[in-house]
Write a protein that binds this ligand. Structure first.
Ligand code: NAD
Length: 235
């Protein structure tokens, strides 16, 4: 069954709440439990929504018993594939790429930045948070070497100028990277590259997720003109 994106977003919120609860409880020294109403209240949704969202990922807890915080946290992490760290490369080390590389959250579980790539001779060889910026031409060999060392590169962050986005995305895919977080305003087309099997929208086994904060600002501007209904999911 495919999981609706909105449910996935909410479950990631529940997971973050569980992580916070677990950290607090560790301080108090007692592993606690949480009810779906408490989780719902903290996430700003209804208890029914929590139970429905969780059901996409498996069966958790016993009816009426609440959930064990550490257990539900662990089970959700597994269901989401977040129990193991994913290796990430950044392609395009300009303003945005450098800001992302410098973000501490990329150095801790479950994401580990392992490679930085660019074309600008002024940037090549420069160090950012302990990693040297490499020429983009070295990407395929880098990814292959990582795979041989059982440290596969799973994800690529795409922060090149729009004009280079399609080509750079293709290089990532040809190198074996299966997930692309695309910050460029370009709609990446990967079908042709991966054959006509049509299994997934972006080709078999490759997923593109677009991030665009300007689009978020535009949605906000529209909502100022025409307010969304109370409680609407703005995602
Ligand atoms: P920038 O010009 O500062 O950086 C781009 C970098 O990519 C440069 O260092 C350039 O040398 C490098 N580059 C060019 N071709 C390359 C290639 N083939 N392979 C590897 N590196 C290559 O740009 P920026 O301000 O960091 O923006 C980067 C991208 O992110 C742009 O497409 C921009 O539109 C987009 N952006 C998106 C958001 C968002 O919310 N999604 C926000 C800001 C910028």
């Amino acid at each position: 069954t495919s999981v609706p994106t909105a449910a996935l977003r909410r479950v990631l919120t529940y997971l973050r709440i569980l992580e916070d609860l677990e950290a607090q409880e560790r301080e108090l020294g007692e592993p606690g439990s949480v009810s779906s109403s408490e989780l719902a209240q903290r996430a700003g949704v209804t208890p029914f929504q929590v139970r429905k969202d969780l059901a996409y990922f498996g069966r958790f807890g016993k009816r009426g018993m609440g959930y064990s915080v550490p257990l539900l946290r662990r089970e959700l992490q597994h269901a989401l594939g977040l129990q193991r760290s994913s290796n990430v490369v950044i392609v395009g080390m300009g303003r945005l790429g450098q800001a992302i590389a410098n973000y501490p959250g990329l150095g801790e579980e479950p994401f580990q930045c392992v490679g930085l790539f660019d074309v600008d001779p002024a940037l090549l060889g420069r160090e950012v948070r302990g990693l040297t910026i490499q020429p983009i031409g070295a990407l395929p060999e880098f990814v292959a070497r990582q795979a041989r060392a059982a440290s596969r590169v799973d994800l690529g962050i795409l922060t090149v100028p729009a004009e280079q986005a399609q080509e750079a995305a293709e290089l990532l895919v040809r190198s074996g990277v299966r997930g692309i977080l695309n910050f460029t305003p370009v709609v990446i087309q990967l079908q042709g590259l991966l054959g006509d099997s049509g299994e997934a929208e972006e080709g078999p086994g490759v997923v593109v997720e677009n991030v665009d904060f300007l689009a978020g600002m535009k949605r906000l501007a529209f909502y100022l003109l025409s307010p969304p209904p109370e409680g609407a999911d703005l995602e």
